[in-house]
Design a protein around this ligand. Structure first.
Ligand code: FE2
Ligand code: FE2
Length: 274
């Protein structure tokens, strides 16, 4: 099964600074020979958490892809933890807008002997009632003997599973520990995320941890050094029948490594780059 992961498209009809890269991505995806599934690991919209119009625009952009789409929400789609974005917390209205325009914020698909799970990472650490519901749902989703591929927006961790908080960049320690305990009891082979606008591939135990690059922009000086490569691209994952995974970084011809910093104030007003 071939899954093409792209991420952090930051699409908007109002903010067109990265529209040329979106067009390069669209043409690249259209030219891929018979993919089984596309995955967008979040931040589909430039500022969907601020303007529903951006979510609508992003959802429309994904129509007509040559394979089904599994999309998970990012902070710029449904908001973030209140301590990080008091002006854009994850709340009922933002979750409802995502579901109306992009579909379920968590989902599970069985295909070719694999279980594919899309998780709403933005709920983790919010204490929103949906966070508990999602954990309960996840326990059921992980109750399978099939190999599992998990897709979510924020990486669980940057360097190690037991690291402390990294603010904006990772899943906070308490929900991460809970999540890792659940994942550790299942046959999880791939954990693929977005958010950092960085490509990196590592392995912890049985699971490959893949950071999917953005298709819109990279971060410059506003992002601390997190390792990996600040390149635009997509990832082609091959999920084999024997449960093995191979992931390949592909850089579409024509992408320009534009950075967010020159335009971050006009787009986001506050410094929330990735
Ligand atoms: Fe993000
Ligand atoms: Fe992003």
């Amino acid at each position: 099964m071939r899954i093409v992961q792209f991420s952090d498209t930051h699409l908007s009809g109002r903010h067109r600074q990265f529209a040329a890269n979106a067009e390069v991505l669209r043409q690249h995806l259209a030219a891929i020979d018979r993919p089984d599934l596309f995955v967008n690991t979040g931040d589909l919209a430039m500022d969907g958490a601020g303007e529903v119009a951006d979510l609508e625009f992003a959802a429309a952009w994904h129509e007509g892809l040559s394979a089904p789409l599994l999309a998970v929400p990012g902070n710029h789609d449904v908001g973030d933890r209140a301590e990080l974005r008091p002006d854009q917390p994850v709340d009922d209205a933002r979750l409802a807008a995502w579901r109306a325009h992009a579909g379920p914020d968590r989902q599970m698909r069985d295909r070719d002997g694999w279980r594919l799970i899309g998780l709403n990472a933005m709920l983790l650490g919010t204490f929103h009632a949906e966070e508990e519901r999602q954990f309960a749902w996840l326990e059921g989703a992980l109750d399978t003997s099939a190999p599992i591929a998990l897709f979510l927006h924020k990486p669980l961790f940057i360097e190690s599973p037991d690291e402390g908080p990294r603010g904006y960049w990772n899943v906070p320690p308490a929900p991460r520990a809970r999540l890792l305990a659940l994942l550790g009891a299942a046959d999880v082979r791939l954990i693929a995320s977005g958010h950092l606008h960085i490509h990196r591939q590592t392995r912890f135990g049985r699971a490959a941890h893949v950071w999917g690059p953005s298709g819109a922009f990279v971060c410059g000086e506003s992002q601390e050094e997190l390792g990996g490569q600040r390149l635009l691209g997509v990832i082609e994952h091959e999920l084999a029948a024997d449960g093995t995974v191979s992931s390949r970084f592909v850089r579409p011809e024509g992408f320009r490594e534009l950075t967010i910093e020159p335009v971050v104030d006009e787009i986001y007003r506050k410094k929330q780059p990735a």
